[in-house]
Design a protein around this ligand. Structure first.
Ligand code: SAM
Length: 471
């Protein structure tokens, strides 16, 4: 097994466990007045201090929770409008040297392992493109021999290269194991979108228990992955916690400390935060985990994240049911996966019959068209926009535009134009009628005349056959 002995872990002491525990202790019985003061501060959309977040995490009365949900949805509306970005995961390799207790791909699970070859990658990508996807999250297990960085880089090249008559993948986010500065540099050169890595749990004793006898078992190395990514120039990084492994209050505060560490040292924090909840997988039972979240607590976490880091995207996957997803897009979620398969070669398999071994169970099995129709009915604009990273708006450039509010002038037009493009290329008649009425209504709501004219012209150009229009 490879050793990390000579590599720089960076400073890994920024998740101060004693500090988190003392903040939680100190803030556990906050009065309604204290909570109200924090909610007032949240309205400024400048985020919150650790202690304030701890207070909200420990709020429990229905009236306090209602206030938290209300301010979270106000912030969501004011920063993201009614846009929701869509994407799909692409699993390319299930080889894995790790033994993560919760994961269906763990080393000790016996099933035929494989990775996609070039023809198979192209085939999966073509299916995803025929579903209308423009943005993917590339997923792979960790295996330094069978899934090398060069394999991942080749895969990126193939994905960007493959295009159907109507579609092409425009942004590929990558979720692979923690690696070296040199490898992150290679990913940057290969035009990675966001580098995504979930800490799984920030609570070190649980982390060690959940990742026995494996490369991933090195807490410090995993925790400092984003430091190395940033040092390599990857400035959009996406964090996450696998909720269910440890106390959610500890995890959220640790996420905030991690974000602060990146802001302090690299000038920009997380681009996105994912909020996976643990699901049933091969070789594990949910009742083996002591911190499974109920829906109400989960909703509270999403709302508090939205308040605490207003400009960080929040990603919700198809691990969650349609009902939960429909609710959480109001309270903070800004990106949803749709039509997902969580097995290697899963898209081809699901077109043909029996499903490939999956990493875990998904709950929302609707197709992207169904997800889109549902979002529009609920008043949301499904967006396939990938423009920021293609225009170089990443890292602190993205954050400063977002914080100034200027980003609205590009996000809204891009969302409406990519929705229209989707409907023209992949929608049935009903969807086209629905999208035309909806886009007309949304255009009328745009107050800035120049922005409105840009969208009207863009829609006209799309009707005339122009594609991939973005600001
Ligand atoms: N191998 C990479 C790594 O170690 O980070 C990529 C991980 S995997 C493809 C993506 C994520 O799925 C993991 O980080 C984990 O949080 C999540 N996952 C694993 N098992 C899960 C389960 N049973 N339920 C829900 N999510 C799970």
């Amino acid at each position: 097994m490879a050793k990390y002995g000579d590599q720089n872990y960076g400073e890994a002491n920024f998740i101060d466990h004693a500090l988190i525990e003392s903040v939680l202790e100190k803030t556990k019985d906050a009065t309604d007045e204290v909570i109200d003061t924090i909610i007032e501060k949240a309205k400024l959309k400048r985020g919150l201090e650790l202690e304030e977040i701890a207070v909200l995490l420990q709020a429990h009365s229905p009236s306090q929770l209602e206030k938290i949900y209300k301010i979270a949805s106000d912030i969501k509306q004011s920063i993201y409008g009614n846009r929701v970005v869509l994407f799909a995961p692409l699993y390319v390799s299930n080889y894995c040297v790790n033994n993560c207790v919760y994961c269906g791909y763990k080393r000790e699970n016996e099933f035929p392992r494989r990775k996609l070859n070039e023809a198979e990658i192209r085939e999966e990508v073509r299916i995803l493109e025929r579903m209308g996807h423009k943005r993917l999250a590339l997923e792979a297990g960790e295996d330094p021999v069978n899934c090398t960085i060069d394999y991942v880089i080749d895969t990126l090249r193939i994905i960007y290269d493959e295009a159907t008559a109507k579609s092409n993948i425009r942004r590929v986010n990558v979720n692979i194991a923690s690696t070296t500065v040199e490898n992150y540099r290679k990913l940057k050169e290969a035009e990675i979108g966001t580098y995504i890595l979930f800490q799984e749990t920030y609570y070190k004793p649980t982390y060690l228990e959940m990742h026995p006898r494996s490369l991933k078992g090195n807490y410090e190395y995993h925790l400092t992955a984003f430091d190395r990514a940033m040092q390599a120039g990857v400035d959009d990084v996406g964090a996450g916690v696998l909720f269910g492994l440890s106390d959610y209050r500890f995890e959220v505060l640790a996420l905030m400390l991690h974000n602060q560490h990146l802001e302090d040292n690299y000038g920009v924090g997380f681009h996105t935060i994912s909020v996976p909840r643990i699901k049933k997988a091969e070789g594990m039972e949910l009742n083996e985990f002591n911190h499974i979240l109920d829906d109400e607590t989960f909703k509270k976490i999403v709302a508090i994240l939205r308040i605490a880091v207003p400009f960080t995207g929040i990603i919700l996957s198809t691990r969650e049911t349609k009902e939960i997803r429909d609710e959480l897009i109001h309270h903070g979620v800004s990106q949803l996966s749709a039509g997902s398969c969580t097995g290697v070669g899963g898209y081809k398999e699901s077109e043909e019959g029996p499903k490939e071994v999956a990493q875990f169970k998904v709950s929302d099995e609707r197709s992207p068209v169904e997800v889109i129709k549902g979002l529009i009915e609920a008043g949301f604009i499904p967006s396939y926009c990938t423009s920021c990273y293609r225009m170089g708006r990443t890292g602190d450039r993205f954050m400063s535009l977002a914080k100034s509010g200027q980003i609205q002038h590009v996000c809204q037009p891009n969302a409406l134009m990519t929705l229209k493009e989707y409907a023209l290329d992949f929608g049935d008649e009903a969807l086209n009628i629905q999208v035309d009425e909806f886009v007309d209504k949304e255009i009328k709501k745009i107050s800035d005349v120049k922005t409105r004219e840009t969208v009207v012209k863009g829609i006209q150009d799309l009707n005339d056959g122009v594609r991939d229009i973005f600001l």
